[in-house]
Design a protein around this ligand. Sequence first.
Ligand SMILES: Cc1ncc(COP(=O)(O)O)c(C=O)c1O
Length: 409
Amino acid sequence: MDLTPHRPADDDPNPLNRLTLDQLRLRTSMKWRTYPDDVLPLWVAEMDVPLAEPVVRAVTDAIALGDTGYPAGTAYAEALAGFARERWGWDGLAVERTAIVPDVMLGVVEMLKLVSGPGDAVVVNCPVYPPFYPFVEHMDRRVVEAPLGAHLRLDLDALEDAFRRAVAGGRRATYLLCSPHNPTGTVHTADELAAVAALADRHGVRVVADEIHAPLVAPGTVFTPYLSVPGAESGLSLMSASKGWNLAGLKAALAIAGPAAADDLARLPEEVGHGPSHIGVIAHTAALRDGGDWLDALLGGLDDNRALLAGLLARELPGVRYRPGPATFLAWLDCRALGLGDDPAAVFLDRGRVALNSGLPFGTGGAGHVRLNLGTSPEVLIEAGTADGGPPSSEGRPPKPLRVSRSDR
Ligand SMILES: Cc1ncc(COP(=O)(O)O)c(C=O)c1O
């Protein structure tokens, strides 16, 4: 394992290695402003990358032109359809069965409103992206958990059991599938998804797939869009360029209906289209249409970071279990063997001055776990993960104290 910190440089082909910590600390977003400056933030799903050049150009041109009105047209959906064809070999994304929504989570809420009513159940695979719980509960639906199974993969028996509970009493039910899965980075196979579709059909459960992390799948692993599998015709999907190209601040996402869900999507209230930002649509469109090279460089960098993290953990905290998933920029770390209690993130923050996501809000299975954001430079990862006595940072500061040094445990 190469633990020599390579100083980020603005001409590095890897976008994760272009910005220095000093530059990043100038940012005003949640990742950088929630904790004091002596904390390394490796938590919320923002990446430490500059924007892809095609995105910068498209947004800069729009601003220069004063093109800051309301969104119009289908360019975003067309760009996604082209991306889906090229990357996933999927020709079935029909532009006429899409709608622009403000972001993925608001899109999820709107899709759930289309296919369920108050008091109905929404099945999720815990541990899972924490907002699934409050967003569902605030719209007066009930969360029913179907825990992930062996190797952090879908457990069809648990899913069937959850479907049975969800539809008990003749209620409508929805399955909110996270694909690829946050926080584990699991990529569901075509067979698994076809089995999901068959199971949902058998129990009369509607499927809403959150596929926001779809562009972030490592080379060599196949991403299967849910709507592309047999039996998924009544499904709904949410996709966006926001995670892949770090555009969360430029609001825009797409809702996509399978052929048998077109009538549902057509009932989407007009006011939902009032939320997306025109500049957001321009940015997302440029990313999907012209941001492929940038994305490929990012995916290579993320693969390197997964290996780097695995090496750092093996050396510094061998009690931590990390099963790198091939998608997302997130790492799900099982810290139970460290004896740090249910919320190791609190200890890492307090003693190590590294901010990770606590596993607790990820639902059942989250206790004793943390989520670490790998979307950063190798230098920052090394600094976060290196014990006292490790290599100094390139900026000549003394090494960061280990999150929890060996003597602390
Ligand atoms: C699975 C998942 N869904 C949705 C979101 C949020 O997306 P948006 O900002 O478009 O609502 C995230 C953000 O990290 C996510 O990981």
